[in-house]
Design a protein around this ligand. Sequence first.
Ligand SMILES: Nc1ncnc2c1ncn2[C@@H]1O[C@H](COP(=O)(O)OP(=O)(O)O)[C@@H](O)[C@H]1O
Ligand SMILES: [Mg+2]
Length: 232
Amino acid sequence: MPDRLSTLLANVEDDLRAAWRTEGSPVPFDEWKTERRARERADEEARVQAEIRAERRSRLLERLDAQIPPRYRSARVTDPRIASWCDTAHEGRGESLLILGPVGVGKSYEAFGAMRHLVGRHIRNAVVVVAADLYAALRPRAGVDTEAEFERYAHAQLLLVDDIGAAKSSEWTEEINYRLVNFRYNHELPTVFTSNTPPRELGTVVGQRVASRLTEMCTVVVLDGQDRRRAA
Ligand SMILES: Nc1ncnc2c1ncn2[C@@H]1O[C@H](COP(=O)(O)OP(=O)(O)O)[C@@H](O)[C@H]1O
Ligand SMILES: [Mg+2]
């Protein structure tokens, strides 16, 4: 129906002309109209891009949350030192984070919070694991390619190893710690570690080779305060 279409277009044109007059723009109408269209298109594009980013972030976060124990699925960074580590974690390369402190002060909470903060912003592929579960997953056994499993952790764009040094250590767990930390260190891959080992005892607990690399590659944040589990 060409009549109705041309009436509609004429109305749009009238509205635009009215807007142009109201604005009192010194630019001729046709030019003003072109600029306005370009601006509208740019706004629309920015809106779509933002939507795509938000969708991607929520998809990545869902994938991360599937790996996170329910208790920590709403974890958020509350410590300002860890928040500022998050802000710079993607700049430069390989700056890792070591959260130390006694039991129950919120190390895991902050660590999971940091992972959740970074995923979808600067990080696509994040892997989280409790050290004891890592050793269990890597125990050589029939029918399992544990080397492939090791690589999944070693190559992750961002990795969280929760509670390193907490499990009873053996030569074999020390070797796993060394291989993993050394790989992350050599490839400058950001890693978040938590441990309730006192800073001075780190070398004794995880071995000197691992402790020395951790100290060099990590921003160390010591949390103190009360055991939140007892307080609750
Ligand atoms: N900042 C926080 N806000 C709310 N709850 C927290 C916070 N930090 C820790 N918690 C809660 O306190 C308990 C102990 O924290 P957790 O991170 O497991 O301690 P840690 O790993 O140091 O032993 C958990 O139930 C955790 O969810
Ligand atoms: Mg913990």
